[in-house]
Design a binder for this molecule. Structure first.
Ligand SMILES: Cc1cc2nc3c(=O)[nH]c(=O)nc-3n(C[C@H](O)[C@H](O)[C@H](O)COP(=O)(O)O)c2cc1C
Length: 210
């Protein structure tokens, strides 16, 4: 399927049917998240892949009431960012660069690390908001990957982050959730969104060519 056709076909599913997404397709969607670019390359977030029905039901009950997609989805991806970007996190990243780019001169790695330390030397809250923007880029990649794989999905911001974080014990892991994405397959009979036309700005409204 042509790329733009896939994007036209994707939509925010409002009701799913409980059918499982194949492991291959889940892997592709997760790999798109892993390969998404992030500022400084830091990937300042984790993605929790909720597969357990019990946990999906709990999320629905305790943190995301009114989001009917969750219980009948195949997986719920929770994008969670670091509450504090610790020295340990930065050390791990620096080590990852050294391991994965073995030909890079150590002096360059050191200079890069100093630049990162300087950039992130600001309140945790600012770093968290910055990390959330990085997570949203990954969310965009995942939504696109799902569309290409013809898997239905919905990004979910409309939930109670404090309740979700408590349920998943995120605070103890130095994490705070910023958004979710449910993947699965639409319920043809009840997903009213499936047949609605898209509402979008037209090209002249959206783009200014300078
Ligand atoms: C970051 C983000 C958060 C969203 N949160 C929700 C949500 O909580 N619940 C929901 O049903 N749809 C949610 N949506 C879906 C949007 O309403 C939807 O993408 C938009 O109306 C465009 O429609 P389409 O995706 O069907 O083309 C969200 C979309 C984005 C990008």
């Amino acid at each position: 399927m042509h790329f733009i056709e896939s994007l036209n076909k994707r939509y925010a599913s409002k009701q799913m049917n409980g059918k499982k997404v194949s492991p291959e397709k889940v892997t592709t969607i997760l790999e798109s998240i892993r390969l998404a670019p992030t500022s400084l390359g830091l990937q300042p977030f984790k993605v929790l892949v909720v597969e357990s029905q019990e946990l999906k039901d709990k999320i629905f009950e305790k943190a995301a009431q009114g989001q009917p997609q969750i219980p009948n989805s195949s997986q719920v991806l929770v994008f969670a960012c670091y509450k504090s970007i610790t020295t340990e996190i930065l050390d791990e990243y620096t080590q990852r660069i050294v391991t994965q780019r073995p030909t890079l001169p150590l002096a360059k790695v050191t200079a890069y690390r100093q630049m990162i330390d300087k950039s992130l030397n600001r309140p945790d809250k600012e770093n968290f908001n910055w990390a959330a923007r990085q997570a949203y880029i990954a969310l965009g990649f995942a939504l696109t990957a799902a569309a290409v794989e013809q898997v239905d999905s919905v990004p979910i911001e409309g939930y109670n982050p404090a309740a979700l974080d408590e349920l998943l014990g995120l605070e103890d892991k130095n994490l705070g959730s910023v958004c979710m994405m449910a993947i699965g397959y639409r319920d043809e009979a009840t997903d009213y969104n499936a047949t609605l036309p898209k509402v979008r700005k037209n090209k002249t409204e959206l783009f200014d060519f300078l």
